[in-house]
Design a protein around this ligand. Structure first.
Ligand code: FMN
Length: 203
């Protein structure tokens, strides 16, 4: 493993440069890693229409999905940062569904559940971690659980937080853009989790 890993952060907020982005940037700026941040707010992500072409080819939809997927393939580790919108923002869910559909189509060689390629997964053991931002900062277990279920199907390996709910970190971000930068404890916890991810790449 090279000394400075390449991290990709995917920010699932539907507003550009909001709290999830600010948190991601302040955390990754302090780490010994190269990084890129993709804000889904700035990307065009269409709904999957279940055309099944991804069984053997790239997704044919003309939007930004394939570009983000390529970045995921090239990253050493991935950080997902999601604001709580009751549960999960719809654009982020749409993005996860696109990934899971490719995995499903290749595993089953089509829509029907055949398990023709049972060992297929889009990624192999690439580590990921998650933070959820919210106005209140309550423990956002359901948001983390929903997102983890989509992501683990893909073969990505979870780097867990040391405290409940373990799947990731809930950060009180407030609602005003940038308000999260006042939450020093939340920022420190997120840094620790990213460091755990980076250390997992060295082992
Ligand atoms: C549609 C919607 C639903 C939201 N639901 C919740 C919620 O249930 N609980 C909460 O604490 N914050 C909720 N929020 C507030 C956001 O989680 C909070 O403002 C967060 O900082 C937004 O992150 P962003 O700036 O990265 O978009 C909601 C915001 C939106 C737009």
């Amino acid at each position: 493993m090279k000394s400075r890993p390449n991290l990709l952060a995917i920010v699932g907020s539907q507003r550009s440069n909001g709290n999830s982005y600010a948190l991601t940037k302040v955390v990754l700026d302090s780490e010994d890693a190269n990084y890129q941040i993709v804000q889904l707010a700035d990307k065009k992500i269409e709904f999957c229409n279940i055309c099944e072409k991804c069984i053997s080819d790239d997704c044919p939809l003309e939007d930004d999905f394939n570009q983000v997927l390529e970045k995921m393939k090239h990253a050493d580790g991935i950080v997902f940062v999601i604001p709580k919108y009751l549960f999960v923002p719809s654009k982020f869910l749409c993005f996860l569904e696109r990934l899971d559909t490719i995995d499903h189509m290749r595993k089953h060689a089509g829509y029907e559940r055949t398990f023709k390629n049972p060992d297929y997964s889009l990624f192999t053991e690439k580590p990921f971690c998650m933070f959820v931002t919210s106005g209140t900062g309550n423990v956002e277990e359901q948001t983390l659980k929903i997102v983890a279920d989509y992501i683990q199907v893909l073969g990505l390996r979870p780097i867990r937080y040391n405290n409940p709910p373990f799947l990731g970190i809930s950060v009180k971000a407030g609602d005003r853009k940038g308000e999260v930068l006042g939450n020093e404890q939340g920022i420190t916890e997120c840094k620790r989790l990213v460091e755990k991810l980076i250390n997992s790449l060295k082992n």
